[in-house]
Every structure is written in structure tokens, then in C-alpha cells.
Design a protein around this ligand. Structure first.
Ligand SMILES: Nc1ncnc2c1ncn2[C@@H]1O[C@H](COP(=O)(O)OP(=O)(O)OP(=O)(O)O)[C@@H](O)[C@H]1O
Ligand SMILES: [Mg+2]
Length: 353
């Protein structure tokens, strides 16, 4: 394998034998290594040499290391070591042997409804843990979610864009960070009048769940700008319009994660986990049978349209248009205006006669 000499010698210094490459991201390459004395396999996340000299990249990398170090949760990759001396910087993370949801998405893996609910519930638990520590992940997307091969353990990774309560330094106010297709509306616009909080991560997680279930992205357009417009204004095609067999209560829970206004969304990760686990327990015990005819215990905030747009795909989410008034209301306003004008004219005539 062709590897930069500086990287190889930095791994050597820490007793890591380089076994291969696992993945590539925006910041650098992730290698598979094995500790020569402990035998433990690790994911060695590096900063590419050209970024290793850029102050902002280094600060971000340090911040990722510090964030990982604050977290200990079965559904979050564990940090073993951090090297920041010399030309090469790397994180030695617990190696999760298996796959990530991005690879599974590309293979168009068909997920069962309860599998999706379980994965999302586990990720909610992980986010509940970080949010309670004041840490927002801000880059929830399929490539950052790993599934361990033999155990099916779900592991969240990549805290490269995470933000803590006290952190203001790396992102100027109003500057959107994240992967456009998985951002929450409040990460893009300040129209809701609130700074993004944990609910933004839950919106992103809802987008991931939608894609897992339908193989369609709810907001994706031909370019980032239109994708972001769809996130802020576009209507999500209801899950059951794409797949009518999706249990209605599950559809409601997941669609609620993608409510535009955070105030209408599930309030926090713990509530989301509890909703999903309650649904899972009922679904798996067969109790109540979540068939489309079963009454849904929640009221959907965005009712499904009465007629189904056949062949419509979420990719073709309507381009943002200003909210329209119903025609009856417009006619009422016009008639009301004419009547008021008539009354005004009559009063005027009486007064100035
Ligand atoms: N601990 C791990 N165990 C196994 N594979 C991992 C681990 N960490 C990362 N990977 C793999 O490496 C890929 C890139 O890692 P990561 O997302 O942390 O890097 P990144 O440079 O921040 O990526 P991006 O900028 O694209 O989000 C992941 O998508 C995953 O496939
Ligand atoms: Mg990543």
C-alpha cells in the first residue's frame, strides 16, 4: 500500500502496524492498524499532510479528539489515543469491523421496519448522551454511522464538526456547517429564531431513517442550494405514499423528526428513543398489529394528502413557493372589502351632505 512515509513512521512510533485503508473523508484517510503489543485493531483517522499544516484543520482535529475524549457510550466509537506531534496527526479509534450506512445505502440494502427503528433508537440513545453533555454532532449522515458485522452494534463516529456549549471559535455566527443534504432547516436559516440545538441532529437522523426505508432522499436536488431550499421549504412526500406498508405509527414518529420548525419536532433524543422503543416492543410482540387500518395514537402534524401523487419522488420535492391562501378566504376578503367600502362611502355621503 502506498502510504506517506511520515504517516507510516508516526504509526510505528506508537506501535501500530498498518494493515490497510478503511475509508476516506473530507479531512483525511482512515487506516486500519493493529497495536503490535496489545494486538488490538484500531481505526487510525489522519489529517491529510496538506491539512496537517493548516491551523483551522488542526484546531478542528484537536476539537474532535477532545470531544471523543468526553464521551463514553456503547453506541459511539471509543477513542484510545491522540497523536498531534510532528507532521502527522491521528486519532486511534476503536475499530468497528463491518460496514457504514453509506455503503449499505449504495448497495440499496432493504431494511426491515423494526431494524430501522432499532438503529434509529440506538442512535437516539447515543445522541441523548452527547446532548446531555452539551455536544451537538452536526454531521449525522449515513457515512458516519457504522454497523458492526457480527453483533449488529450501531456506532456513531466522526465528531469532526461537533460543537460543545462553550465552543464558538471555529464557526462564525450564521455560518452553516454540515453536509447540506442532511442539515436541519435551522442550520441553514434563522427564520425560526433559535440557534440549532439537539433537535437539529434529530432532524438529520430523520433524513437518514427516511432514506433507509424508502431508498429516496427526502430533499435531494440537483445542487446543494436547491437541496437546502427543499430542506427549508419543500414538503416531504409522506413515507406511506412511497411505501404504504410502513406502519403508520412508525411513519408518524419518523416524519415528526423532519418537522421544519424545531418547536413541532420531537423535543429531545430521550423522547425519540422512548417513542421508538415503545413502538418496537408492540410491533415485535405483534400486539395491536400495526396494519394501515389500526388507528394511529398520534395526530400527524402534516396530514398526508388525500390523493396520492403517483410516481412522485421525494427528489422532486416542490421548489419553495410562498404559502398560498385558500381561494375561499381570498373571495371573502374581497367581498368584505367591497362591503366596507360601500358602508364608508354611505357614511361619507351622509356626513358631508
Ligand atoms: N472507528 C471506525 N471503525 C471502522 N470504520 C471507520 C471508523 N471510523 C471511520 N470509519 C470509516 O471511515 C470513513 C471516514 O471516516 P470519518 O467519517 O470519521 O472521516 P471524515 O474525514 O470526517 O469524513 P467526512 O468528512 O466524509 O465525513 C467512515 O465513513 C467509515 O466508513
Ligand atoms: Mg465522516
Amino acid at each position: 500500500m502506498q502510504v506517506n512515509e511520515a504517516i507510516r513512521s508516526a504509526f510505528d512510533k506508537h506501535n501500530y502496524e498498518l494493515l490497510g485503508e478503511i475509508g476516506r473523508g473530507g479531512m483525511g484517510v482512515v487506516y486500519l492498524g493493529q497495536h503490535r503489543k496489545l494486538g488490538r485493531r484500531v481505526a487510525l483517522k489522519t489529517l491529510t499532510p496538506d491539512r496537517s499544516t493548516k491551523e483551522n484543520s488542526i484546531r478542528r482535529f484537536h476539537r474532535e479528539a477532545k470531544t471523543f475524549a468526553q464521551i463514553r457510550h456503547p453506541n459511539i466509537a471509543n477513542l484510545f489515543e491522540f497523536e498531534d506531534q510532528g507532521a502527522v496527526q491521528f486519532l486511534a479509534l476503536e475499530y468497528v469491523e463491518g460496514t457504514d450506512l453509506e455503503r449499505e445505502r449504495r448497495k440499496r440494502r432493504k431494511w426491515k421496519y423494526d431494524e430501522v427503528a432499532e438503529i434509529i433508537a440506538k442512535l437516539s440513545d447515543a445522541l441523548d448522551h452527547t446532548h446531555k453533555k452539551g455536544i451537538l454532532h452536526r454531521d449525522i449522515k449515513p457515512g458516519n454511522i457504522l454497523i458492526e458485522k457480527n453483533t449488529n452494534r450501531v456506532v456513531l463516529t466522526d465528531f469532526g464538526l461537533a460543537k460543545g456549549d462553550q465552543d464558538e471559535s471555529l464557526t462564525a455566527a450564521g455560518f452553516a456547517v454540515g453536509t447540506p443534504a442532511y442539515m436541519a432547516p435551522e442550520q441553514i436559516t434563522d427564520q425560526f429564531g433559535l440557534k440549532p440545538d439537539g433537535r437539529a441532529d434529530l432532524f438529520s437522523l430523520g433524513t437518514v431513517a427516511y432514506e433507509m426505508l424508502t431508498h429516496k432522499h427526502p430533499f435531494l436536488a440537483s445542487d446543494d442550494l436547491n437541496t437546502m431550499r427543499n430542506i427549508v421549504n419543500g414538503k416531504v412526500t409522506p413515507l406511506r405514499d412511497v411505501d404504504p406498508a410502513i406502519p403508520p405509527e412508525l411513519a408518524w414518529i419518523l416524519e415528526n423528526m423532519m418537522e421544519k420548525d424545531p418547536k413541532n419536532r420531537v423535543p429531545d433524543a430521550a423522547t425519540l428513543s422512548q417513542r421508538l422503543n415503545t413502538w418496537l416492543a408492540k410491533f415485535r410482540s405483534g400486539e395491536g398489529g400495526f396494519t394501515p387500518t389500526t388507528p394511529v395514537p398520534y395526530t400527524p402534524l402534516t396530514p398526508a394528502p388525500t390523493s396520492r401523487a403517483s410516481g412522485s419522488t421525494p427528489q422532486q420535492a416542490p421548489s419553495p413557493t410562498p404559502a398560498r391562501m385558500p381561494i375561499g378566504l381570498i373571495i371573502g376578503i374581497v367581498i368584505g372589502g367591497v362591503v366596507l367600502l360601500g358602508v364608508g362611502v354611505a357614511i361619507g355621503v351622509v356626513l358631508f351632505k
